[in-house]
Design a protein around this ligand. Structure first.
Ligand SMILES: NC(=O)c1ccc[n+]([C@@H]2O[C@H](COP(=O)([O-])OP(=O)(O)OC[C@H]3O[C@@H](n4cnc5c(N)ncnc54)[C@H](OP(=O)(O)O)[C@@H]3O)[C@@H](O)[C@H]2O)c1
Length: 187
């Protein structure tokens, strides 16, 4: 029987130029927006599990209680994280997502993908069912982009379009800071 895959949702907050972090990996204060933080935490709460690179767990008091897929090249096979029984370590170079998902033991559900850059990029190819992109107005001109290739001349919209995704909805998350939430989905 074919292994199941989850519904896949992406979540990122970006600067005007499409950056999720500074060059040193730190999270810029300029794009810390309370309304987005609440939207993000509520969304990961609703998900059945979270997928993240080693430095991009969502934080907050519930982080340790969530089921999780941690991407790492340090393992060859999907295995339970020796430091966290609720998490599996997954190397996408050696096993498909479905194997990591099956190991979490969730029948049907949603996987919230929360970054960083390479992880967001990898899931573009696996296929998002929805990507929630929070656009802050603040400028962080250089740093780590939401997807590989995003930069001065390449907006995230170009990357979504290249991967067959369309803008489904736009709404204001926080009028005071002019922060907008875009929902992208498959055509
Ligand atoms: N603004 C936002 O929405 C947002 C979202 C997420 C993160 N961030 C920020 O961005 C920073 C990003 O950190 P980061 O660039 O270090 O990214 P990261 O994805 O959190 O961590 C990178 C590590 O994840 C693993 N990894 C990533 N892609 C992989 C792949 N395709 N296959 C196997 N393993 C993979 C590797 O771990 P190993 O070294 O173990 O092999 C890699 O060293 C965070 O510190 C956070 O501040 C911001």
């Amino acid at each position: 029987m074919a292994l199941k895959r989850p519904r896949i949702e992406g979540y990122a907050v970006i600067s005007r130029e499409g950056m999720i972090a500074r060059n040193d990996g730190s999270f810029p204060d300029e794009i810390k927006i309370e309304a987005d933080h609440k939207f993000y935490q509520d969304s990961v709460d609703r998900a059945s599990a979270v997928a993240n690179g080693r430095h991009s767990a969502e934080g907050g008091p519930k982080e340790k209680t969530r089921r999780r897929i941690i991407l790492t090249r340090r393992v060859q096979r999907v295995m339970v994280d020796p430091n966290n029984a609720l998490a599996v370590l997954w190397n996408p170079g050696t096993a498909p997502l479905e194997e990591a998902w099956q190991r979490l033991g969730i029948e049907d559900g949603t996987l919230a993908v929360v970054g960083g850059t390479d992880v967001f990029g990898l899931f573009l190819n696996i296929g998002y069912d929805a990507f929630f992109l929070t656009r802050a107005e603040a400028s962080v001109p250089r740093g780590r982009p939401v997807f590989p290739g995003v930069g001065k001349d390449v907006p995230p919209s170009e990357i979504f379009t290249k991967h067959g995704m369309v803008l489904r909805d736009t709404r204001t998350l926080d009028a005071a800071t002019n922060t907008v939430l875009e929902e992208w989905g498959p055509k």
